[in-house]
Write a protein that binds this ligand. Structure first.
Ligand code: MLT
Length: 399
């Protein structure tokens, strides 16, 4: 009989958002007449922008004509999209080569898939709380994880501890779930730590388009030296409403080297290319055409409008927390609001309590790590009407 990967025994029974969906479904079966407002998983509600739709339509037409039909595309992404992303990075003062950019179906897959490149014996440093994919995928591989604590005292922005060694470091900024965002000086410290330890930083910038403060970095490559130690993952899911359309990109600079136990050097860029050409057949042509439209002048304006819409919801949620005297962070350079559970409850108890009393769904902080036990996350991705109604119901908990 085939033996299973025993590391799966070390995972929680279900993935965080599957557990949330399961509890909501039980609630809906129990109370079919009650309205549910979802501020749980960060799924967008605005439709794709008109520039994106136009590009998608014309790509669909191309697929219907023999002269413009496309079959297999390059696994790494079409040049038109890689070049558009390259130009986008120039707007942050960052110069990349197009062959350092790999188009993918999103940051979730790539932050998990990248683990293929590293030995099982590496020590992985992961902030707690954080997006659960980093922990789950490394647990599946049986790697040793050391956690760094994000707490209210450090504004949920843990900094490197020089007495601890790590080979692989995950950073998510603006952070999911806390909405906290590292400054350039803080990222400089992380890059210095990575270089001292010959470590690789896996930097998830999926929420960079929500950064509104001019002083905060959108990319880790704003820091000198990051091109020698950092891989960056980004996604159009939240930026341009691609959660269902699926497109993201991963930047693997050619300057990052990794070594084997007997000292053989490999380029991470070449290894990722080898991995992708073996296991991935690329993102559909029509989706890449839609993605390229996101980086056009008009597409970028559409993105700005979408972001402003969601950030108005973030303002409504933050204002409610302020008025109720609930401690929170995020909601400024991020679509997530992270708050302390009221009434001394733990986060799963508060999840059930709030759902039962108000029909509002959020995400329990415990799903992002032990430091999230007494915290809770709400997203700004619903529409304004629902967000206002959710906050009206939320206030009733305090009456
Ligand atoms: C979240 O709610 O944390 C995200 O939507 C999950 C994801 O991007 O996979």
């Amino acid at each position: 009989m085939a033996k299973f990967n025993e590391n799966f025994l070390n995972l929680k029974e279900s993935y965080l958002f599957s557990e949330v969906a399961k509890r909501v479904s039980v609630f809906q079966q129990k109370y079919p007449e009650r309205s549910v407002i979802r501020l749980g998983i960060g799924d967008v509600t605005l439709p794709l922008g008109s520039t994106v739709i136009k590009s998608l339509h014309s790509a669909v037409d191309e697929m219907g004509s023999a002269d413009t039909f496309r079959g297999y595309g390059p696994e790494q992404g079409y040049d038109f999209l890689r070049n558009a992303i390259k130009e986008y990075y120039k707007s942050f003062g960052v110069e990349l080569d197009a062959d350092e950019i790999f188009v993918s179906d999103g940051a979730k897959s790539d932050t998990g898939n990248i683990t293929d490149l590293f030995s099982k014996d590496n020590i992985v440093m992961i902030p707690d709380p954080v997006y659960p994919v980093y922990v789950d995928t490394n647990t599946m591989n049986g790697r040793k994880i050391v956690y760094i604590n994000g707490t209210a005292e450090n504004d949920f922005l843990p900094m490197p501890d020089r007495s601890v060694h790590a080979d692989i470091i995950y950073i998510c900024s603006p952070n999911n779930p806390t909405g906290a965002c590292y400054s350039k000086a803080q990222l400089e410290e992380w890059v210095a730590y990575a270089l001292e330890n010959d470590a690789v930083i896996l930097f998830d910038s999926a929420y960079e388009s929500f950064v509104s403060d001019d002083d905060l970095p959108h990319t880790i490559y704003s820091v000198k030296g990051a091109e020698k130690c950092a891989v960056e993952f980004c996604s159009l899911s939240k930026t341009a409403g691609f959660t269902g359309t699926r497109c993201g990109y991963t930047i693997v600079p050619k300057g990052i080297k990794s070594v084997s136990y007997d000292g053989k050097e490999m380029s991470l860029n070449k290894m990722w290319n080898r991995r992708q050409t073996t296991k991935f057949n690329g993102v559909p042509y029509i989706v890449q055409r839609a993605a390229a439209a996101v980086f056009s002048e008009e597409g970028r304006l559409e993105t700005k409008r979408m972001t402003a819409h969601y950030m108005e919801n973030a303002r409504i949620i933050s204002e409610t927390m302020e008025q109720l005297g609930v401690w929170f962070c995020g909601g400024i350079n991020s679509p997530y609001i992270w708050f302390e559970c009221p009434f001394g409850m733990n986060s799963w108890d508060f999840f059930d309590f709030m759902l039962e009393k108000t029909g509002v769904v959020g995400t329990p902080g415990a799903g992002f790590g032990k430091n999230g036990d007494n915290y809770f996350r709400l997203t700004a991705f619903n529409n304004k009407e629902n967000t206002e109604e959710a906050m009206r119901r939320f206030r009733t908990l305090f009456e």
